[in-house]
Design a protein around this ligand. Structure first.
Ligand code: SAM
Ligand code: ZN
Length: 317
């Protein structure tokens, strides 16, 4: 497919979707042909992780937040890390699963991570940060699921328009960003390309992590590295990371992020996860080995009894 046709399809998808999720669902089958330059930043992240966890790769559990179709998940898995991919776009996860069937994947919203506290040694996030209107909320979720010596690596900054068109920090750049802001808002997306996002993220990260630094990557971009979440958690490691089971780390997104309920999930019939909190009872289907752990999905099935749980997955394709 030529670049021209690809961009035509991207613009068409942008005009006909009304949310970030719908947009990525629409472009999932040709995403990998468009956002090729992400690979160089993924390589920077992989090198950073290899330095931090040298020799312990096999015991390092990493969450790839906004993993999309799997380029960085694959890169890190090949280096021996144990990686779990999370994304809100189910179609992107299907492409990911079809390309790499052994990857552990979860459909979830970064604002409500369906993961137990103190679980991951590292969270990595590439090309996704610009889609988060509430940076503080996502950072607090990230620090909640990290171990007390955990690392968070997020890039790249400054983000480019539509993830591809870089601008200079002069008045034309600012004007175009302003115009882009109005356009994306009108279309129903969140896509922050402003220069302030980087500093805002650093400021919020400093409140939540004891060490925050910037690392250069390609094309004059930065990656942020935040280490050691500050929240005073009493870390009781109940499971050895070597024997940790995928389903053991999952929690009900409606419960766990409130910090009031544990949101333990029970696996039934091998394709449903049911929240064990009596006030909740949200139920989440699993399709193509991917637990669909969005709050609205769980809510949809809350009143259906366990015996009557049936879902036609055609509507999810
Ligand atoms: C530009 S892509 C980056 C994908 C991949 N990290 C890469 O570098 O190729 C942005 C991804 O963020 C995901 N995303 C956007 N908002 C999200 C949210 N609230 N929670 C989880 N994923 C989200 C999109 O579905 C999409 O797959
Ligand atoms: Zn629940």
């Amino acid at each position: 497919m030529t670049k021209f046709i690809l961009w035509f399809k991207i613009i068409w998808a942008a005009l006909s979707s009304r949310s970030t999720q719908a947009f990525y669902d629409k472009i999932s089958t040709f995403y990998d042909d468009v956002y090729v330059e992400h690979e160089v930043h993924a390589r920077t992240i992989q090198t950073m992780l290899n330095e931090i966890y040298a020799g312990d790769e096999n015991e390092t559990l990493i969450l790839d937040l906004g993993c999309g179709t799997g380029m960085m998940t694959k890169m890190l898995s090949e280096k021996g890390f144990k990686v779990v991919g999370v994304d809100i776009s189910l179609s992107s996860l299907y492409v990911h699963h079809d390309n790499y069937p052994t990857h552990e994947l979860i459909q979830a919203d970064a604002n409500f991570l369906p993961i137990a506290d103190n679980t991951f040694h590292s969270v990595v996030c590439l090309g996704v940060w610009r889609h988060f209107p509430d940076v503080e909320k996502v950072l607090s979720e990230v620090s909640r699921i990290l171990t007390s010596d955990g690392t968070f690596i997020v890039g790249y900054f400054p983000p480019a328009l539509a993830g591809s068109i870089s601008l200079d920090q002069n008045w034309t750049g600012r004007l175009l960003i302003r115009f882009y802001e109005i356009l994306t808002k009108t279309l129903g997306y969140i896509d922050r390309a402003d220069f302030a996002l980087e500093e805002e993220t650093v400021e919020v990260a400093k409140k939540m992590f004891s060490s925050v630094s910037k690392v250069d990557t390609a094309f004059d971009r930065n990656i942020l590295l935040a280490q050691y979440p500050l929240e005073n958690k009493i870390y009781t490691k109940t499971q050895d990371s070597e024997v940790i089971q995928f389903y053991d780390i999952l929690r009900c997104p409606s419960c766990v992020s409130t910090n009031k309920r544990i949101g333990q999930l029970k696996l039934i019939q091998n394709n449903w996860l049911i929240c064990q909190e009596p006030e909740c009872k949200h139920k989440y289907p699993i399709h193509k080995s991917i637990p669909l752990l969005l709050q609205e999905e769980g809510e949809k099935w809350a009143t259906v009894s366990e015996e009557n749980l049936q879902v036609s997955f055609e509507e999810y394709q």
